[in-house]
Design a protein around this ligand. Structure first.
Ligand SMILES: [Mg+2]
Ligand SMILES: [Zn+2]
Length: 199
């Protein structure tokens, strides 16, 4: 099987939207300033824009699973108003140690496990080795590297703290450290152009 497309996986809270703790209502959900512009750039280049978010608030009992859909409905509406869209949204509602029933699970999708990226590769025909993962935690970088993609840390959300306070304990090194999502996307577009020239 040959995979052809390039994908950019994006963490949600602190990367695409403001990190405000558990988003238990769409009213709390706000995009970061340059998010629509960043995603629009990917759309225009034919690069798959994919959300990959851990939402253990369901397992923790902070909100119902249905709330995730409502929040993502708002996310998509906000992007659409700016002429941008996501190709796919993946979320993990599990937690390995808390929750009840199907939510308490040592699943394969909770980052830094790779399930959401693997699923994206299958469903969107992605070449993960040519793909990218962007997030505000070093675990986002880690999950990217696990599948052979490049990992970018953004300094929005938890990123600044991760960079300034925790850098000595990082087990992985980001391929790029970006001011925000747009900066990350601009670096990616440059990186793709360079690798196409080398090819
Ligand atoms: Mg985050
Ligand atoms: Zn999961």
């Amino acid at each position: 099987m040959k995979y052809n497309e390039i994908g950019v996986f994006m963490d949600r809270d602190g990367t695409v939207s403001k990190e405000i703790g558990y988003v238990n209502h769409p009213a709390r959900y706000e995009l970061l300033p340059r998010t629509s512009l960043a995603i629009k750039r990917l759309n225009q280049k034919g690069i798959k824009a994919i959300l990959a978010t851990n939402q253990a608030g369901v397992a923790r009992g902070y909100f119902e699973e249905e709330m995730i859909g409502r929040v993502h409905g708002k996310l998509e509406a906000l992007l659409e108003a700016d002429g941008a869209y996501l190709d796919e949204i993946y979320y993990c509602h599990h937690h390995p140690r808390v929750g009840e029933g199907k939510f308490k699970k040592d699943c394969n999708c909770r980052k830094p496990k790779t399930g959401m990226l693997d699923q994206g590769a299958e469903e969107l025909d992605l070449d993960l080795k040519k793909s990218y993962m962007i997030g505000d935690k070093i675990s986002d970088v880690e999950v990217g590297h696990k599948v052979g993609a490049k990992g970018i840390l953004v300094l929005t959300g938890y990123g600044m703290g991760a960079y300034k306070e925790e850098r000595d304990s990082w087990q992985v090194e980001p391929d790029y450290i970006a001011e925000d999502l747009l900066d990350a996307v601009e670096w990616i577009l440059m990186d793709i152009e360079e690798s196409e020239q080398d090819a």
